[in-house]
Design a protein around this ligand. Structure first.
Ligand code: ZN
Length: 478
C-alpha cells in the first residue's frame, strides 16, 4: 500500500494546480521529455505511439478524400517568405533563421519553415499551367519550427509535428467546399476517435490565419474551463495565387488565378486529450486511439500455472484488441498504478483463485468499476466494454462542456461567468475588432469562433451595446 501511495503522490492534484498536474502527467506517463534546447521536446515511445494512432486514422481519411502525401523542404529563402505581406507579418516574430552554412555567412538568410504555404505556392506556380493540372490535392506530414517565448510540452513548443494540407482549385467555390470538407474530417477524428466534442465555426478577422480569406476552426474545452483550438482549415481564395502568380488557362483559353486552401492538425491534440480526459491518477486514453487497449496483470504470478494462463489469455485477446501483459517482478499494486497513469482503457487481473473459477477481473480506467467475467465470455465482453468506454468518455466531455457554457449579455456577466463557471461564453457581437480588443485586455478572453449554429441571445453587442446579429463563443484559451 505504501508504494501505491508514493506513485500517485508524484502527480499534483488538478484541483490544486492544473498546470502542474499537466506537466506531471506528461512526464510520469512517459509521453515526452525535454530536449536540450529550451522549449523543444523528445516524444517518447508511448507518446509517439499515441501520435501514430491519431496520425494513421487522419491519414486514412485524408487519402480517402482524394489527397496525396508529399514531402517539401525544411528551408525557405527569405525572399520567398516576403512575397505575401500578411503572411510574413503574421509569422515573422516566430521565425528561426539560418545565417551560416558551416563558417560561411549566407548571401540570403534562410528560414526554418514555420508553415509551408510559400513553398507550395512557389511549386504550384511552376507546375500548374492548364485546367487539366487542377485540382492539386497535396498533404504533408512534417515538423515545423516556431520560436515561441513561453513553451509547454505538446501545447506550445519550438518544434512540433503536424500535417499540412495545401490544395489548389480552379474555382473559389471548389476551394470553399474543400475547406468545409477538411473541417468535417477533423471534427470526425477528434469526436469519434479522440472522444472530444467540438464546436465548428469561423474565426473572426482578427483571429484568422495570416493571409487567409477566412479560417474555419474546431474548438474544444479542457477540464479547467480553458478552450483549445484543435484544428483549422483556411480558404485563401486567390490571394496567394496573385502574390505568387499561380495561373492556369481555362477551357476557353483564358488565364485565371487558382483558388487555394490549407489545413492543419498538430501534436497539440495530445495536449487536448490529456486535459479533457485525464484525472488525478493520470491519463485516460480513449480505446480507439489507445496504443494499449488492454493490459493483463497476473496476480501471484509465482504460483504454478498463473503465468501460462495469463499468456494464453494475452494470445486469445490479441486477436480482438491491442493487448499487452505486465509479467515483470514489480508488485501488483505498482503495476495497477502504472496502468492508471498510462490510461490503458481496460486492466485484466488474473490470479490462482480466478483460474480456479475460470474467470478474470476487468477494471475500467474511465470509471474504476470492476467486473468478474467468465473466461469463455471474455472475447465477447472486451470489445463491447471498449466501445462503452469510448462512448462514456465522449458523453462525459460533452456534458462537461455544456455545463461550462454560459450565455452572457454584458462584460459584467462575462466576468461573473469566468469567476463562477469558467468555460465557453456565448455572447452577441457587433463585428467590431475594438470590442474584441477590449475584452482581451480586460478579461484575457478571446473570440473562439462564430459557430455555424447560431442562437439569438440578445439584440445588442455584449461589449459596446450597439446592434449585433452574430453569436460568438468566447473563452480564455491555450
Ligand atoms: Zn461591440
Amino acid at each position: 500500500m505504501s508504494k501505491k501511495k508514493q506513485f500517485v503522490e508524484q502527480i499534483t492534484s488538478m484541483e490544486e494546480d492544473f498546470a502542474q498536474w499537466y506537466t506531471d502527467v506528461v512526464k510520469e506517463a512517459e509521453l515526452v521529455d525535454y530536449g536540450p534546447v529550451r522549449g523543444t521536446m523528445i516524444i517518447e515511445p508511448y507518446g509517439f505511439a499515441l501520435w501514430e494512432n491519431i496520425r494513421d486514422e487522419l491519414d486514412r481519411q485524408i487519402k480517402e478524400t482524394g489527397h496525396e502525401n508529399v514531402q517539401f523542404p525544411l528551408f525557405i529563402p527569405e525572399s520567398l517568405l516576403q512575397k505575401e505581406k500578411d503572411h510574413v507579418e503574421g509569422f515573422a516574430p516566430e521565425v528561426a533563421w539560418v545565417t551560416h552554412g558551416g563558417d560561411a555567412e549566407l548571401g540570403e538568410r534562410i528560414c526554418v519553415r514555420p508553415t509551408s504555404e510559400v513553398l507550395f505556392c512557389d511549386y504550384y506556380a511552376n507546375k500548374i499551367h492548364s485546367y487539366r493540372d487542377l485540382p492539386k490535392l497535396y498533404n504533408q506530414w512534417a515538423n515545423v519550427v516556431r520560436w515561441e517565448k513561453t513553451t509547454r510540452p505538446f501545447l506550445r513548443s519550438l518544434e512540433f509535428l503536424w500535417q499540412e494540407g495545401h490544395t489548389a482549385h480552379a474555382t473559389r467555390e471548389e476551394a470553399a467546399e474543400e475547406t468545409d470538407r477538411m473541417l468535417e474530417v477533423y471534427a470526425d477524428v477528434v469526436e469519434n476517435y479522440l472522444a472530444i466534442p467540438v464546436l465548428k465555426g469561423r474565426k473572426t478577422e482578427s483571429e484568422k490565419f495570416a493571409g487567409a480569406e477566412y479560417t474555419l476552426t474546431i474548438e474544444t474545452l479542457m477540464h479547467d474551463g480553458k478552450a483549445l483550438q484543435a484544428g483549422t482549415s483556411h480558404l485563401f481564395g486567390d490571394g496567394f495565387a496573385r502574390a505568387f502568380d499561380i495561373t492556369y488557362l481555362d477551357k476557353e483559353g483564358k488565364q485565371q488565378y487558382v483558388h487555394q486552401t490549407s489545413w492543419g492538425i498538430t501534436t497539440r491534440l495530445i495536449g487536448a486529450l490529456i486535459m479533457v480526459h485525464g484525472d488525478n491518477r493520470g491519463l485516460v486514453i480513449p480505446p480507439k486511439i489507445a496504443p494499449k487497449q488492454v493490459m493483463i496483470v497476473p496476480i501471484a504470478q509465482h504460483k504454478e500455472g498463473v503465468l501460462d494462463r495469463a499468456y494464453d489469455l494475452r494470445d486469445q485477446l490479441a486477436k480482438i484488441a491491442r493487448v499487452d501483459i505486465d509479467a515483470s517482478d514489480k508488485m501488483p499494486g505498482w503495476k495497477f498504478n502504472e496502468c492508471e497513469m498510462k490510461g490503458y482503457p481496460i486492466r485484466v487481473e488474473i490470479g490462482p483463485k480466478d483460474i480456479e473459477k475460470n474467470q478474470a477481473v476487468l477494471v475500467r480506467r474511465d470509471t474504476g468499476e470492476k467486473e468478474f467475467i467468465a473466461l469463455d465470455e471474455i472475447e465477447a465482453r472486451v470489445p463491447a466494454l471498449l466501445e462503452e468506454i469510448q462512448q462514456n468518455l465522449f458523453d462525459r466531455a460533452f456534458e462537461h462542456r455544456n455545463k461550462k457554457t454560459t450565455a452572457v449579455k454584458s462584460i459584467e456577466e462575462m466576468e461573473k461567468a469566468l469567476e463562477e463557471n469558467a468555460g465557453f461564453m456565448k455572447a452577441m457581437w457587433c463585428g467590431e475588432e475594438a470590442c474584441e480588443e477590449e475584452v482581451k485586455e480586460a478579461l484575457q478572453v478571446t473570440s473562439r469562433c462564430i459557430p455555424r449554429e447560431q442562437e439569438k441571445i440578445a439584440d445588442t453587442c455584449f461589449c459596446c451595446g450597439k446592434e449585433a446579429d452574430k453569436m460568438v463563443y468566447w473563452a480564455r484559451a491555450y
